[in-house]
Design a binder for this molecule. Structure first.
Ligand SMILES: C[S@@+](CC[C@H](N)C(=O)[O-])C[C@H]1O[C@@H](n2cnc3c(N)ncnc32)[C@H](O)[C@@H]1O
Length: 316
């Protein structure tokens, strides 16, 4: 800076301030393009990988993709990077590069520190917002995967169009996400937001997740349709893909003990971000009581929507 300005300090300070302002306004704009920050507990979420691993491995076997030499893959909502590193990277010896993308800066940092590999890079981006995607990603990838992420996204059509834009024609996608209505979570969520002890934290609560958000559901008619797989396949098709297979699978995860399930849930339920740190444990106990009142068991039943599709055309 000094060298550039020939040592004129009076000039240097305004330029420095101007650049600082520019940098701050860039950060504000970028933040506006990210979804409302959901505070993930990456460590807790990662400790749950063993529970999810088997389900993902089974699905990957049931929906085989066509691999070729030099395939370049992208993992949308890569989170802690456990799936990216331990499952995706091992899917084929032909993989040349894996990019893990997540809208949470914390998750990207955790993945970079804990799930690194010379062939993997992680980046912050919101797949629902095209301007956050790197220009060099356009038409670049041969395979796109996304696990447990699509139900966190409001605008599914825009997201699928953005996915289309970063793929080569002929590239394959595999989406795996929750399609459950989760009556127990809905019940506990309603109860806690009316609970005299907790309601002050949920005055303007707008859960950023499909199964708890009626406005999101109203914009995603496939969600409430009697055939979710068919409804979702239709929108995938409209976004330039040919659907190979789309199905809803009932799955069941055994958590063994209530304490374990409580620990897992506290790693991701959207309510946690609204509660002060020192009250999180007692909040979780109350929330869990409501879940049990609604019939929740340590055997967690879920519906997973899996979609395998091929990009057949560009969408403008
Ligand atoms: C439940 S975690 C799943 C992580 C990982 N795929 C796994 O199965 O272990 C969902 C991840 O999706 C990310 N996510 C949610 N919405 C996103 C968006 N619009 N763009 C990119 N990432 C998103 C979250 O930050 C979170 O890390």
């Amino acid at each position: 800076m000094y060298a550039l300005c020939g040592g004129n300090q009076k000039f240097v300070i305004p330029v420095y301030r101007y650049m600082l302002l520019l940098f701050r306004s860039f950060k504000v704009k970028l933040a506006a393009r990210m979804p409302t920050e959901m505070k993930w507990d990456a460590q807790k979420f990662s400790s749950n990988f063993s529970n999810r691993r088997g389900l993902i491995e089974n699905a990957l076997m049931e929906y085989p993709l066509n691999w070729k030499s030099g395939d370049c893959i992208i993992d949308i909502g890569s989170g802690t990077g456990d799936v990216t590193k331990h499952l995706l990277l091992n899917l084929s010896p032909y993989i040349s590069e894996v990019v893990g993308v997540d809208c949470s800066q914390d998750m990207v940092q955790f993945a970079t520190e804990n799930s690194g590999d010379p062939r993997i890079s992680y980046a912050v981006a919101n797949i629902a917002e095209k301007s956050t995607l790197k220009p060099e990603w356009i038409s670049r990838f041969d395979k796109l995967f996304s696990f447990y992420t699509m139900h966190w996204i409001r605008d599914q059509v825009q997201t699928l169009r953005n996915m289309n834009s970063i793929l080569k024609v002929g590239a394959e996608i595999f989406l795996f996400f929750t399609a459950s209505h989760y009556k127990e979570l809905q019940y506990a969520s309603t109860k806690i937001t009316l609970d005299p002890e907790w309601k002050e934290y949920f005055m303007n609560f707008d859960p950023q997740i499909l199964y708890l958000n009626p406005s999101w559901q109203a914009e995603n008619l496939w969600w409430s349709s009697s055939d979710q797989a068919k409804g979702y396949a239709d929108i995938v098709q409209q976004c330039g893909f040919d659907v190979v297979k789309a199905n809803v699978h009932p799955v069941c995860t055994q958590y063994g003990s209530e304490e374990r399930l409580k620990e897992v849930l506290s790693g991701w339920i959207p309510h946690m971000a609204s509660v002060p740190k020192e009250k999180k444990a007692s909040f979780m106990n109350r929330f869990f009581q409501y879940l049990k009142e609604a019939g929740l068991q340590t055997e967690w039943k879920n519906l997973i929507l899996c979609v395998h599709a091929i990009k057949i055309s560009e969408v403008s």
